[in-house]
Design a protein around this ligand. Sequence first.
Ligand code: ADP
Length: 218
Amino acid sequence: MKREFAVIGLGRFGGSICRELSMEGMEVMAIDHDEDKVNEYKNIASHAVIADSTDEASLKELGIKNIDHVIVAIGDNIQASILTTVILTDLGIKKITVKAQNDRHEKILNKIGADQVVHPERDMGKRIAHSIISNNILDYLELSDDHSIVEVKAGRKMRGNTLVDLDIRANYGCNVVAIKHGKEINVSPSADDVLKEDDVLIVIGSDKDISRFEKHLV
Ligand code: ADP
C-alpha cells in the first residue's frame, strides 16, 4: 500500500519535501494558508489545499487523521509550528516530523511529542563548514550530539598506505567503515588494502576524534 504524507507549509523546505516525495510516487497532501503557494503545488502534489494548520477543525476536516506521516515545515512562525504540532499529537498522528528554527524551538518540539525534529539550516551549515575546512572532506553527517560520520578523500598522507599502516583506530579512535572507489563501495575494507588517489573513506567516530583525524591525516 502507498504511504500517505501531508506537508504543512510550502516554503523552500516544505516545498522541496513535497516535490521530492511526489517525484518518488508518494501520495502527498500539500497544505498552506497562502493561496498562491497552494496553487504552485496543485500539479505536483496529489492534493493541494488552503488551510490554517493552527485551526484543529480545518485539519480534522481534511482527514489528516488518516495520514501516516505529517511534516510540519512552517518557517518563521514558531508559535504556529508549536500549535500545529500539539494539534497533530492530540489527533494521534503516527509520525510527525517538524522543522525547528532554533535550539529552544527544537527542545519544545521534542517535549510536546514530535517524533522527529529537523534543523536543516544548522545541519547544512555544519556540513558545509567541514567541507570548507578541507577540500578533501566531501560530506559530514551528525549522528548524535558528539558523534559523526565523515566522507574524506584519501589525502596525500594516506595514499599508498594500508589501513594497518595508518592505524586510524589506534591513533585516532575512529573506524573506517567503508571505502569508495569510483562507483564501487567496499563495506568491509580489509586491513591491507592500499589506499589509492581517488579512494574515499567513510569514517565514523566521536567529533573530537574525527577532528584530530581531519587535522593530521586529511
Ligand atoms: P522556508 O524557510 O522553508 O522557506 P517559510 O517561512 O518561507 O519557510 O515558509 C513557511 C510556509 O508555511 C509559508 O508558505 C507559510 O505560508 C506557511 N504557513 C505559516 N503558517 C501557517 C499556518 N498556520 N498554516 C498553514 N501554513 C502556514
